[in-house]
Design a protein around this ligand. Structure first.
Ligand code: NAG
Ligand code: NAG
Ligand code: NAG
Ligand code: NAG
Length: 299
C-alpha cells in the first residue's frame, strides 16, 4: 500500500451468520437445546436423545446462562467462557445424531435432505459433485473461451477460464499449526473478538451496521449471535435494551423474520434461511442491502 491512500469512507456493514465472540460456547453449545426444540420437526432427533442433551445442557450451566444473559437489557457483561469441556459439547452430539437420521445433512441449512439439491457451485459441505461451470461440455455449450482472454496490452480477463469453486483456494483464516491454540478463540488469530472493539467502532461511526442470522443455520445459531451481541457495548450501552420482536416484512413475500434497530445496529433474525442468506432468501437480503446503503430507513 506504500504511496497509495484509499479515500473511500466506510458507510456501513452487512454481516451474515458471523462468529462474533466465543463461537464454540456462546454461538453453539449454549443455545443448542432451544435450537433443537424449535426445529425438531425438521431435525427428527429422538426423545431419549433430546432428554440426554437437555440434562447435559442444564448440568453444564447453559440453560441458566441463556436465561440470565439473553435478556433485554442484559444484566451486565458476561464472564469469559471457561475452557472447552468435551463432556459439555452438546452441539457436536446434536450434529452427529442428526447425521444418522439425515445422511444428506447440510450443517449450513437444516432444510436440506436427500437427494442433495442441484448446486452449480458444489457448496454442500459433505458432498462435492463437479462444479457445473467447470464441465467441459458446459463450457463448450455456452462458448466459454478456452484460453485466457486478452483484453489488450497488460489486461487479462481472468474470469473466463476460471476454475470455479466455492470460496477461495487461498487460506482466508489464519493458518492453524496443529496443537497451537493461541488467540481468544484458540485459533491462532490473536485479534480480540469482534464484539470487543472493532465492531462497536464501526457501528458508532456509521450508524448502519446490519447483523443477521438465518434460523436454519445449524453452524452459527441465531440465539448464539444474539447472545454475543448482548455482550457488546456500542453507543454507550451494553446490548439491546429491548427484545427484538418486530416483524421483518419483505414486500410481496411476507413476514420473513424479525428486525430490530438500536443505536445504529440493525439485527435481523431470518426465517427459512440457511447460513448463506443471499442464496436461501435473496429477496430478504436485497432489503438488507437497501437498508445498509441508506436507500430505505427501516426494515
Ligand atoms: C431463542 O431464545 C428465545 C428467548 O430465550 C426462545 O424463546 C426461543 O425459543 C429460542 N429460539 C431458538 C431457535 O433457539
Ligand atoms: C464478554 O465481554 C467481556 C468484557 O468485554 C469479556 O471479558 C468476556 O470475555 C466476554 N464474554 C464472552 C463469553 O465472550
Ligand atoms: C436415539 O438417538 C441416539 C443418538 O443418535 C441413538 O444413539 C439412539 O440409538 C436412538 N434411539 C433409538 C431408539 O433409535
Ligand atoms: C502459536 O501461534 C502464535 C501466533 O501466531 C505464535 O506467536 C506462537 O509462537 C505459536 N506458539 C507455538 C508453540 O508454536
Amino acid at each position: 500500500m506504500s504511496g497509495r491512500v484509499v479515500r473511500w469512507a466506510l458507510c456501513g456493514a452487512l454481516i451474515y451468520d458471523p462468529t462474533l465472540a466465543d463461537y464454540g460456547q456462546l454461538q453453539a453449545n449454549i443455545p443448542t437445546v432451544p435450537f433443537v426444540e424449535a426445529n425438531n420437526a425438521i431435525l427428527t432427533l429422538n426423545e431419549s436423545f433430546i432428554e440426554d442433551i437437555k440434562a447435559t445442557s442444564a448440568k453444564c450451566g447453559f440453560d441458566s446462562y441463556l436465561d440470565k444473559y439473553l435478556s433485554y437489557p442484559p444484566p451486565g457483561p458476561q464472564s469469559p467462557s471457561g475452557a472447552y469441556d468435551p463432556k459439555c459439547d452438546i452441539w457436536s452430539e446434536m450434529a452427529a445424531a442428526w447425521f444418522l437420521v439425515n445422511p444428506c445433512q447440510n450443517i449450513y441449512n437444516i432444510a436440506d435432505g436427500c437427494p442433495i439439491p442441484n448446486d452449480p457451485l458444489a457448496t454442500h459441505p459433505n458432498y462435492k459433485p463437479q462444479v457445473y461451470f467447470n464441465r467441459p461440455d458446459v463450457r463448450e455449450a455456452i462458448h466459454a473461451p478456452k484460453n485466457t482472454h486478452h483484453l489488450g496490452p497488460g489486461k487479462i480477463n481472468h474470469l473466463v477460464d476460471t476454475n470455479w469453486f466455492e470460496c477461495g483456494l487461498a487460506q482466508v483464516f489464519p493458518f492453524v499449526p496443529s496443537g497451537n491454540k493461541t488467540g481468544p478463540e484458540g485459533q491462532v488469530d490473536l485479534s480480540p473478538d469482534p464484539i470487543q472493539h472493532v465492531l462497536p467502532r464501526v457501528i458508532d461511526a456509521t450508524q448502519r451496521v446490519l447483523i443477521s442470522n438465518g434460523n436454519y443455520d445449524a453452524l452459527i445459531l441465531t440465539n448464539g449471535s444474539l447472545l454475543a451481541i448482548q455482550n457488546m457495548t456500542w453507543g454507550g450501552e451494553l446490548g439491546f435494551q429491548k427484545a427484538p420482536t418486530e416483524d421483518f416484512v419483505v414486500p410481496g413475500q411476507g413476514v420473513m423474520g424479525k428486525a430490530h434497530e438500536e443505536r445504529g445496529l440493525m439485527w435481523v433474525e431470518s426465517y427459512a434461511s440457511g447460513h448463506m442468506q443471499p442464496q436461501y432468501q435473496p429477496r430478504a437480503t436485497l432489503r438488507h442491502l437497501e437498508w445498509m446503503l441508506g436507500r430505505i430507513d427501516s426494515l
